[in-house]
Design a binder for this molecule. Structure first.
Ligand code: ZN
Ligand code: ZN
Length: 352
């Protein structure tokens, strides 16, 4: 996997006109090197060479994890980099450095460093079969955790208790645990798309939205299910049915060659037909990989064209402030002929 990736990085480097590339954005450092402490590492690529630069704390770990030769520095890594560079022109990742680091590079390096944007992120858009396999494993544990939690949720439990039990299950299953802050939003809180678990107790007759995912070797799963605890009002049952229709309509439109905004419009139109267009207040979905949110974007304005190997979530929602909300989210991989749905959990309304 690594050799072809480095070839593509070097092609992009040549286009930028610089002679070396400094990769500092953590997910990109991990992608190119395999190093699991990417906040403390940088990848330095020239046309002849590619190394992981890190410090003495990571001698053993980097030797074990890095697919690139490891270069350990002492003192200042910027000075270490300046010595390696020897006056050549450096390209850096605009999304991966602070202004303070930019100033330090400008001061120490000689020729002014040049910004690049999205150079490695572009390569990460399309997943290799090995990456898809990790996403599939993460999605499988996420499905298992959902099945498990159905037997745990009951009136009187707090949202936090539910989140902890999801986390415990996913860790006990051998994953790195929850890939992001688990959302458990019940009753009126379900109207908050990003309502992370609180100490609110779940009540009878409420909708509960669970948005969570396991992480396997750095790769995230992302799934949302909304369940009913006790009998729902007709209005809430209709809200659920409308979001499910929109979610299935969007999956029906998911295929290579489609633009992000086209798939988004399918869900949005479906919700509008149910009078809920204004209640769908976010984009339809996003790519998932080493980051929980990455390209491609599925939104009202996304011109990105879907290609085989891309991962996407399909997650329409409808939120009525002060009352209730529903979101249903699947993780899928675009294939040559359509898509593979990695999230397998049932979507018909489950009443606990
Ligand atoms: Zn999610
Ligand atoms: Zn998501």
């Amino acid at each position: 996997m690594l050799a072809p990736t480095l070839t593509r990085v070097r092609e992009a480097l040549a286009e930028s006109g610089a002679e070396a590339l400094l990769v500092t954005y953590p997910a990109n450092v991990r992608y190119l090197s395999g190093f699991r402490a990417p906040d403390d590492g940088r990848v330095f690529v020239t046309h002849e060479d590619a190394v992981l630069i890190t410090d003495g704390r990571y001698i053993a770990q980097a030797a074990q994890e890095s697919q690139l030769p490891v270069d350990i520095f002492e003192g200042s890594w910027v000075e270490h980099l300046a010595a390696k560079l020897g006056g050549r022109t450096l390209a850096f990742e605009a999304e991966g450095i602070t202004y303070a680091l930019f100033e330090a590079l400008r001061e120490k390096l000689g020729p002014p460093p040049r910004p690049t944007e999205g150079l490695v992120a572009e390569l990460r858009l399309t997943k290799t079969p090995a990456e898809v396999d990790l996403l599939r494993q993460a999605a499988q544990v996420t499905d298992d955790a959902f099945t498990h939690i159905l037997g745990f949720i009951e009136p009187g439990r707090t949202e936090t208790e539910v989140a902890l039990e999801l986390e415990r299950f996913m860790r006990a299953a051998g994953t790195e645990g929850a890939g992001f802050d688990i959302i458990v939003a019940s009753g009126a809180r379900s109207a908050m798309p990003h309502g992370t678990a609180s100490n609110k107790r779940i009540g009878a007759g409420e909708l509960v939205t669970l948005d969570f995912g396991a992480k396997v070797e750095g790769y995230h799963a992302d799934m949302t299910r909304t369940v009913a605890v006790g009998t729902l009002s007709d209005a809430h049952a209709q809200l659920y049915a409308a979001v499910l229709r929109a979610q299935e309509a969007a999956l029906g439109a998911l295929a290579p060659g489609k633009k992000g905004r086209e798939v988004d419009a399918t869900a949005r139109d479906s919700l509008s037909r149910d009078g809920l267009g204004e209640r769908f207040s976010h984009g339809l979905g996003h790519g998932v990989g080493l980051e929980i949110h990455e390209g491609p974007r599925l939104s009202k304005t996304s011109e990105q064209t879907l290609e085989p190997g891309m991962s996407v979530t399909i997650e329409p929602g409808a939120y009525i402030p002060g009352d209730a909300g529903v979101r249903i989210e699947d993780l899928a991989i675009i294939t040559e002929t359509g898509f593979e749905r990695l999230s397998q959990s049932p979507k018909d309304l489950i009443t606990l």
